[in-house]
Design a protein around this ligand. Structure first.
Ligand SMILES: Cc1cc2nc3c(=O)[nH]c(=O)nc-3n(C[C@H](O)[C@H](O)[C@H](O)COP(=O)(O)OP(=O)(O)OC[C@H]3O[C@@H](n4cnc5c(N)ncnc54)[C@H](O)[C@@H]3O)c2cc1C
Ligand code: FES
Length: 269
């Protein structure tokens, strides 16, 4: 049932890094979830009415994996939910990553920042099965890493950057990418992470002529298109040869996104 609210059983909910948890949900329609989509989690606490959107990290055999950071009251409450208990979820939502667009490219690079890393795992698996491209993950963290082994298992190459230099490259993902030997003719980028990172990456990819899809985040209200709390501004894709000054439109991240092409997003609004 698309975007309908259903009950899912929590199979596990455990810490995988400081303030980062991995939740496995038994969810019968898991196979319908596509990379880059998210689910709305309806919390049990009566004072926390709005759903919390969390990206699908992986989906298989009637189970969904979510990886979430504890940042406020809602995610703090989620961290205490016990395995075996029931959760109301609205899933799967939004337009995820377009996998077929990367067909014909020699190498695909997935660039993740912090809690933006999880949805790229399901994408990596889809790219491996649905394209012939070699898949490279470039993952950035402040300090402690998570999911790195899962990416190593399914990607051809996994590079880690940490801001404090505790693992891998000392710096951010963009600095790491610039150090790497890029192959602009054959590369395709997908990314999810903080807005500043996505903005800088979009400029970088645009300058190199590399196609880029980004998963955007915004504070959400309803989570299903009704309240317009989650607007971003989008213009025409410059790759389609349309004039840059073509009229812009407001898009709702929850239903029109969360994934957009980097060169259609108006970053400085
Ligand atoms: C499409 C999408 C996918 C996401 N995927 C993930 C994920 O995989 N893992 C993860 O850890 N986080 C993800 N987030 C962010 C996550 O939704 C917020 O961290 C979470 O809603 C915070 O809730 P809170 O009650 O703990 O925080 P509070 O700050 O107390 O939340 C207050 C209100 O603001 C909303 N809100 C606060 N921050 C955000 C935010 N960044 N995005 C949207 N709504 C917000 C909350 O839903 C709530 O209604 C995603 C957000 C979006 C939009
Ligand atoms: S959150 Fe309500 S329209 Fe997107």
């Amino acid at each position: 049932m698309k975007n309908g609210i259903v009950e899912a059983v929590i199979a596990s909910n455990r810490r995988i890094a400081e303030d980062v948890l991995r939740m496995e949900l038994i969810y019968k329609d898991a196979a319908l979830a596509a990379p880059g989509q998210f689910i709305n989690i309806y919390l049990r606490e009566k004072n926390l009415l709005l759903p919390r959107p969390i990206s699908v990290c992986d989906a298989a055999d009637g189970a969904l994996t979510l990886v979430y950071g504890v940042v406020g009251a809602g995610t703090r409450a989620m961290a205490d939910y016990a395995p075996g208990s029931v959760l109301r979820v609205g899933a799967p939502c939004g337009n995820g990553f377009n996998v077929s667009d990367a067909r014909g490219f020699g190498r695909v690079t997935l660039i993740g920042g912090g809690i933006g890393v999880p949805p790229l795992l399901m994408l990596a698996k889809a790219l491996k099965t649905e394209t012939d491209a070699s898949v490279r993950a470039v993952l950035g963290f402040k300090s402690e890493t998570f999911l790195a082994d899962e990416f190593r298992t399914c990607c051809d190459e996994t590079l880690i950057a940490t801001e404090d230099g505790s693992e891998g490259f000392h710096g951010n993902v963009l600095e790491l990418l610039k150090e790497e030997n890029l192959n602009p003719g054959g590369d395709y980028f997908y990314s999810c992470g903080p807005l500043m990172m996505l903005r800088a990456l979009s400029r970088f990819a645009g300058g190199q002529g590399i196609p880029l899809q980004v998963s955007l985040e915004a504070r959400m209200g309803c989570g299903y298109g009704a309240c317009k709390a989650c607007i971003c501004v989008v213009g025409s894709r410059q790759s389609e040869g349309l004039a840059a000054e073509t009229a812009t439109v407001n898009k709702r991240i929850c239903v029109d996104g969360p994934v957009f092409f980097g060169n259609e997003v108006i970053w400085d609004v």
